[in-house]
Write a protein that binds this ligand. Structure first.
Ligand code: DQA
Length: 143
């Protein structure tokens, strides 16, 4: 199975940014853990990050016919990007929403995910483990 992991804005600053919320591991540390777990699960996983909404949408579009599952941490776009939501819906590839933090226990504006209704499910609050759990979900998805 081919899996695309998409990371949204500011996640390139992990390990530097708001460490009390997001921990001290970098996105590269997470990418390595995702790569190791993918090998164990027999998944062929690509891992990307972009700070640009349109770029994330284009990555989603070009995932069509290439990837079986998308795992997406849309970061702040989660809360208001109808364009990313529409792209996830349009490509008809099962998507799993993830977050490092528990968005439901934080500020009110993070409680809403506009992408949640077009995703298979949401995993949040487990830090790096949210990514690992999502890989397991992807491996077990009927696609
Ligand atoms: C995040 C949660 C979002 O609310 C926030 O804007 C992020 C990261 C997370 O992984 O916990 O940038 O998606």
């Amino acid at each position: 199975k081919k899996v695309l992991v998409i990371n949204g804005p500011n996640l390139n600053l992990l390990g530097v940014r708001e460490k009390s919320v997001y921990g001290s591991e970098t996105l590269l540390d997470i990418a390595k853990a995702v790569n190791d777990e993918s090998l164990k699960l027999g998944l062929d996983t690509d891992f990307i990050q972009s700070n640009i909404e349109g770029e994330i949408i284009e990555k989603l579009h070009s995932a069509r016919g290439v990837y079986d599952v998308v795992i997406i941490n849309a970061a702040a776009y989660t809360h208001y990007s109808i364009a990313i939501r529409d792209a996830i819906k349009a490509i008809e590839i099962p998507a799993i929403e993830i977050h490092l933090s528990n968005i439901h226990s934080r500020e009110e504006f993070r409680h809403t995910s506009v992408i949640a209704p077009v995703c298979v499910g949401q995993i949040c609050g487990f830090g790096k483990m949210s990514y690992i759990l999502a890989l397991h979900a992807a491996a077990n998805l009927q696609t």
